[in-house]
Design a protein. Structure first.
Length: 289
């Protein structure tokens, strides 16, 4: 895959020089799982900004504009206060910043649960305003009718079961799900209901591994794990978590960088140079001709 980005800084740092490449499609990703077997696991990460999308795009099959942006970008206590306006703005930025990965945008809490019609109106707005390929929503069997309603009207839907962060007030926290037999069985039947309703894929979050494996085996559509199992059909992480932006992350996060220290270190050196008047130097200063 040739995906070299050439940034034309003379025009705008946000616009990479066009590098034509056919964007992945929902059916192409769906076809990765055939008769229960996925030979090429789906690589997914969250993205919230255009520049982040530019950097992640070539490595990912799917970019998710997750409502985790509430905490990660806006410093909110949970994803509950996230609005459709926020998702639309960040979704559009991520679509502008990518040309290879398929982009999905989360339906935020309160914009889809009341009825299939409410979900369709919210999802249609996200597709129109952002150019994303589809939406993700949380909830199991109770959302099956809505998933079918959207899928039958041309909107690909990713379901989300197990730990569903929008339900934090009901769950009482972000602990691992499925430790009891009853809860495990419910998560599997929730995933089956979503798949039967026409979900394109299912995210399974924060469950004990046997449940993630059982769900992956039980449904025909791809299952994307986050705190699930390496045996899922794909994996997703919150990008800032895997980059090491935050001190506190769930156990299922692997840090591939320690970016918080890099940023803080750079800011510290900048601050020292401003205070000592070492910055700006000659190289950063315009002189008369
Ligand atoms: O909001 C989000 O980022 C998500 C992923 C963690 C799956 O739902």
């Amino acid at each position: 895959m040739s995906t070299t980005f050439q940034l034309d800084t003379a025009t705008s740092r946000a616009n990479p020089t066009p590098a034509p490449m056919k964007r992945l499609t929902v059916p192409a990703i769906r076809r990765r799982k055939q008769d229960g077997v996925t030979t090429e696991p789906i690589v997914a990460l969250t993205a919230y900004t255009a520049r982040q999308a530019q950097l992640l795009d070539e490595h990912c099959d799917l970019l998710l504009v997750g409502d985790s942006l509430g905490q990660v970008i806006y410093g909110l206590p949970s994803s509950v206060p996230v609005t459709l306006d926020m998702m639309a703005a960040h979704g559009a930025a991520v679509v502008r910043g990518s040309y290879h990965a398929v982009v999905f945008v989360d339906l935020p809490f309160g914009t889809y649960e009341a009825s299939p019609e409410q979900a369709f109106a919210s999802a249609a707005r996200l597709l129109k305003d952002t150019g994303c390929a589809g939406v993700k929503l949380e909830g199991g069997a109770v959302m099956a009718e809505t998933v079918a309603f959207l899928a039958q009207r041309g909107i690909p839907v990713i379901g989300h079961v197990g730990l569903t962060p929008q339900a934090v007030n009901q769950l009482g926290g972000y602990g691992v799900r499925g430790r009891s037999d009853a809860e495990a069985a419910k998560i599997v039947s929730d995933a089956e209901a979503l798949a039967d309703a026409g979900a394109f894929a299912i995210v399974i979050e924060g469950v004990v591994e046997p449940i993630a494996i059982a769900v992956t085996k039980a449904v025909a559509c791809p299952v994307i794990g986050i705190g699930g199992s390496a045996q899922c059909d794909g994996q997703i992480l919150v990008t800032e978590d895997m980059l090491g932006m935050f001190e506190r992350v769930p156990r299922f996060v692997k840090r591939y960088e320690e970016i918080a220290g890099v940023i803080s270190g750079a800011a510290g050196r900048y601050a020292a140079e401003v205070r000592s008047r070492a910055f700006p130097g000659n190289e950063q200063t315009y002189q008369p001709k």
